[in-house]
Design a protein around this ligand. Structure first.
Ligand code: DC
Length: 227
């Protein structure tokens, strides 16, 4: 049994940060080492974005957005598979055309309310969870036992995204990747509803010059766990 010292339950941990800061890979590894459930909230926004694109939905039509959300089922598997209405869309939601649209879709309050409600339900039903996204420290889990904000320089985040895209066989120029990140950063942090922000009680880790292992160890070091 893994516990936060002083608690008789496993911890709830929230990690936020901009695109390309390495949140997903780090959060997944920390969850594995500490035997916690991992929830990638961005995957839920990506799945909704895929459906919005497929249905050619007008984002200004709030009623249509709400109706789409109410008729959509998103399931996340333990191996990070993502199912949209029963279809495995794990790979599809990582494609560049989703990157292009996910920030505007995520800025819609109706979408945020809907997904935050289900994320909070999952957290309340799970003993021990790491949630990662843009508003998990501020909105989804404001009372998390630990809050982290992972950051990295724009150059480093672009470089990481570049490597990731190449690994998937996606060919984009470095300039295109940079432009996409800059655009997403500005929409994610300037939107009115729950923008990406550093909450006062977050532990901020600049990962620019840290290896993957160093970031994982740093996070685990902060988590006071009685193993
Ligand atoms: O972490 P990611 O790149 O998969 O997230 C995709 C987008 O989803 C991100 O640009 C903004 C949105 N998002 C959000 O608004 N709130 C979250 N908690 C997670 C992601």
């Amino acid at each position: 049994m893994i516990q936060v010292i002083g608690l008789n339950r496993k911890p709830k941990i929230a990690i936020d940060g901009p695109a390309g800061a390495g949140k997903s890979t780090v959060a997944r590894e920390v969850a594995k080492r500490l035997d916690l459930k991992y929830l990638d909230t961005g995957a839920m926004y990506r799945a909704v974005t895929l459906k919005v694109i497929r249905e050619n939905l007008d984002l200004n039509n709030n009623e249509a957005v709400i109706s789409l959300l109410n008729s959509t089922k998103i399931c996340l598997g333990d191996l990070q598979e993502v199912f949209l209405d029963g279809e495995d869309v794990t790979e599809e939601i990582r494609k560049s055309y989703i990157n292009e649209m996910v920030s505007p879709v995520s800025a819609l309050s109706a979408v945020r309310r809907h997904l935050v409600t289900s994320q909070q339900k999952i957290a309340s039903e799970t003993d021990g969870i790491i949630m990662e996204g843009r508003d998990t420290t501020s909105v989804v889990l404001p009372h998390a036992d630990y809050k982290f904000y992972l950051d990295a320089s724009l150059d480093e985040r672009t470089e990481r995204r570049n490597r990731e895209q190449l690994g998937k066989g996606i060919t984009m120029t470095a300039e295109e990747v940079l432009a996409q990140i800059v655009k997403r950063d500005s929409i994610d942090s300037e939107r009115e509803d729950s923008p990406l922000t550093v909450v006062p009680d977050a532990i901020v880790i600049d990962t620019t010059n840290l290896s993957f292992e160093e970031v994982v160890s740093e996070i685990i070091r902060f988590i006071d766990i009685g193993l």
